[in-house]
Design a binder for this molecule. Structure first.
Ligand SMILES: [Mn+2]
Length: 433
């Protein structure tokens, strides 16, 4: 298991200390998802059950109940069953779960209904995430207990990474960095986007990892589509390719974006935009300081981009008009940088607890141990009907994204092994064709 039993038990205790004694906690893993007919997507456990006890197999529920003055934690798991195991794979089973997982008791998932119903009789409230397990949701709603969302507490805990979590995230960032380098080396004019994708994802698989979100490989104008992932076009000489790809290690995600010229040499207009985005990214990273507000990172990247767009003659307005409202970020620069500057990163690629959906519209205050991305970009889609895109920059889409650990001594770039200066990129692209 990726963490010591002590670390899992400490997480469980911290969570259980903050809820009332008469609560029952039931945290189910994700349902298995059908791809088509009788074929399923590869199962990926729910991040909350991974976080609390490291259980990664399907059809399981983590339960906590205070009985006789002590919190008792249990897992409901698929029981050993030779016939099922011949088809689906070996199971840990009830005995295996008790012996090797950080829990006090284990039961067969087949007894979920019966045991949960009997526990619910003596409880007043239930902590559960709805929509994960139909049987469980049904059982809880029938009991008429008050239902609370455990995520409010768990998300705050997941926001701050332990030293072991940081080790895993650095490992994940290093693997994604080496995949990007591998892809840069193998890039040439006329390459298919899918070929770059296969180099990146092949690199993950070769190292026993997998993508943490579908890889984006956008050449030319495709780089101006933010969530492009068709990856089905040829990239021509003179065009850039934007690659947004990351992997996961023991569930922990990396998320890196690099943009490079397929022929290994930036054109003058590409260079102008690249240098501006890089300058904004570095300003965003520098803003990742303990005590800073979430919006201040976006303010830092936006100011650099707005100024630069004016200097390049792309925007013809004052800096105030270019930036717009300092909280709403509605200035003219939004025509070319239309997304946020980053998100928290962890067991989920868009990890919990971040952004501006919190209690405070300024978002969370940065604390030591948070990991987040900084990823400004500029996009000049010549295909756009809503605005006039300057001819000189038409077809350019550039994003640069790194994974940042916030510490008391300032930001640490976990993805620092992934090259991003023009000099470094030009010296690597095409050297391994
Ligand atoms: Mn990202």
């Amino acid at each position: 298991m990726p963490f010591s039993q002590g670390e899992y038990y400490a997480r469980q205790s911290l969570f259980l200390e903050s809820i009332s004694d008469d609560s029952l906690v039931l945290i189910s893993t994700n349902p298995v998802s059908t791809r088509s007919n009788d074929t399923h997507y590869r199962f990926r456990a729910n991040s909350y059950i991974l976080y609390l006890c490291g259980w990664s197999d399907p059809n399981a529920v983590w339960m906590a109940s205070k009985d006789n003055g002590e919190w008792v934690t249990s897992l409901f798991v698929q029981p050993r069953d030779t016939k099922a195991e011949i088809w689906e794979g070996r199971r840990v089973g009830v005995e295996g779960a008790i012996s090797n997982w950080p829990i006090n008791e284990a039961y067969s998932i087949e007894d979920l209904d019966k045991i949960v119903k009997s526990k619910l009789v003596s409880k007043n409230s239930v902590f559960s995430i709805p929509g994960m397990n139909e049987d469980l949701d049904h059982c809880i709603s029938e009991s008429h207990n008050e239902i609370s969302d455990p995520r409010k507490i768990l998300d705050k805990m997941r926001m701050i990474k332990s030293s072991r979590e940081i080790e895993l995230m650095l490992e994940s960032a290093n693997l994604a960095s080496s995949a990007h380098i591998d892809a840069m080396k193998k890039t040439h004019s006329g390459i298919g986007e899918w070929e770059i994708q296969s180099t990146i994802e092949g690199h993950f698989m070769k190292h026993k990892s997998q993508w943490s979100y579908p890889s984006i490989v956008g050449g030319g104008e495709n780089a101006t589509i933010l969530h492009y992932n068709t990856n089905g076009s040829i990239i021509n000489d003179g065009e850039l390719v934007l690659v947004d790809a990351g992997c996961e290690i023991n569930g922990y995600a990396s998320d890196i974006t690099r943009t490079w010229p397929v022929n290994g040499k930036f054109t003058e207009p590409q260079r102008e935009i690249y240098e501006l985005v890089l300058k904004a990214e570095i300003a965003g990273i520098e803003a990742c300081q303990v005590g800073a507000s979430w919006v201040s990172i976006h303010a830092a990247t936006s100011e650099v981009l707005a100024k630069g767009l004016i200097e390049l003659g792309i925007l013809n307005c004052s800096l105030e008009e270019a930036i717009g409202d300092p909280i709403e970020f509605n200035g003219e620069y939004r025509n070319f940088f239309m997304h946020g500057t980053g998100h928290l990163l962890g067991l989920d690629v868009h990890d919990v607890g971040g952004g501006r959906q919190g209690d405070d519209e300024k978002g969370p205050t940065l604390q030591s141990g948070m990991v987040l991305t900084v990823e400004p970009g500029l996009y000049f889609g010549g295909w756009r009907a809503d605005i006039e895109v300057p001819e000189r920059y038409s077809g350019i889409g550039i994003r640069i994204e790194d994974d940042i650990l916030v510490t008391d001594d300032g930001p640490i770039v976990l993805s620092a092994n992934c090259p991003k200066s023009i000099v470094d990129i030009e010296s690597i692209v095409g050297t391994g064709v």
